[in-house]
Ligand binder design. Structure first.
Ligand code: ZN
Length: 323
């Protein structure tokens, strides 16, 4: 087990139905459904699948973010925030940013207590720092997540694909830990002392920056006479398609364009990590909503039968959950 903090800042958010009623989402169509998004760092939840979480949370589902590390080794990516006093207390500031983002998204969130591995840079790459998340043994790294799954009992879990979505060692480790926990949480002989077994029913990988979406955003920008931030990226993509990787098959697309603005606000709450002038915000909301109104997923595991493609992560589950 990691020695550092474990947060319990996951209580109901003030002002939402959860704060005033017996169960989260009482009376709403998705009440009784539970979604867990597993992420490496604070801010990842706001850049991958955030509008999906808002959609389900607003319709009554109980939505939890698990953040495996505290983001202690993140760079400060917003010039306006790159000040000595911010650098000196980055871990605390990132926790405050996470708390604000969580409130904006209207979800619960739990830090699982590991220490950020940092993104190694240089040639040759430097070794990972002692004690960091990516160096933990799989069983040690997965135990807090198994415990959270057994406590929260999610029907659906979201995380990164086996390449981590991008090659940060914490993202790759997050994938490995989530697979381990998905498979082990229902086994009473595994991870004793972490609660009663629970079987999640579906596991999805985020498919956020895929080519079809980029092309659609790019073309809609051009159609409106706006400067697309993706021209260079797309040109590179043609030359080296995802560094030789096979793209993830998109099996599931969730309409959530009405929550894109909330997603942007949550991302901006991570002020040390996001430059408001960056290309994240170069595409106007109505362009995104028109060109690509969904967030997209690859279904990696399912214990229920549903036809693909899907437009609902709880397809095949709603009818089984007594609400
Ligand atoms: Zn990250």
């Amino acid at each position: 087990m990691p020695a550092s903090h474990t947060d319990t800042a996951d209580r109901a958010v003030p002002g939402t139905p959860a704060a005033t009623q017996g169960l989260p989402g009482d009376g709403l169509p998705d009440a009784g459904l539970r979604l867990l998004a597993v992420h490496a760092h604070p801010d990842d939840e706001s850049s991958k699948g955030a509008a999906t979480m808002v959609r389900y949370a607003r319709s009554g589902a109980d939505v939890m973010v698990a953040t495996l590390t505290g983001g202690e080794r993140g760079d400060i990516l917003n010039k306006a925030m790159d000040r000595p006093e911010v650098r000196a207390s980055l871990p605390e500031i990132r926790r405050e940013e996470m708390a604000r983002a969580r409130e904006i998204l209207g979800v619960r969130q739990r830090f699982l207590g590991f220490v950020d591995s940092g993104l190694p840079e240089g040639d040759p790459l430097p070794p990972l720092p002692d004690g960091c998340f990516a160096l933990q043994k799989l069983e040690d790294a997965a135990e807090p997540l198994v415990a959270l799954i057994r406590e929260f009992r999610p029907h659906v879990i979201l995380t990164y694909d086996e390449n981590g979505g991008y090659p940060h060692p914490d993202h790759v480790k997050t994938h490995e830990v989530t697979i381990e926990a998905f498979d082990a949480a229902a086994d009473p002989d595994r991870y004793p002392g972490t609660g009663a077994p629970w079987q999640p029913l579906k596991l999805y990988y985020f498919a956020t920056w895929h080519r079809a979406r980029l092309v659609a955003l790019h073309e809609e920008m051009e159609r409106r006479g706006l400067e697309s931030p993706y021209a260079e990226w797309l040109a590179e993509w043609e030359e080296t398609p995802k560094r030789g990787r096979v793209p993830l098959e998109i099996t599931s697309k969730v309409r959530c364009e009405q929550y894109f603005e909330t997603r942007d606000l949550a991302l901006l709450a991570h002020a040390t990590q996001i430059d408001p002038e960056s290309s994240w915000f170069a595409v106007p909301l109505d362009v995104s909503a028109t060109a690509w109104p969904t967030e997209d997923y690859h279904r990696a595991r399912s214990l229920v039968d549903t036809e693909l493609p899907e437009d609902d992560l709880f397809a095949g589950i709603r009818e089984r959950v007594r609400r």
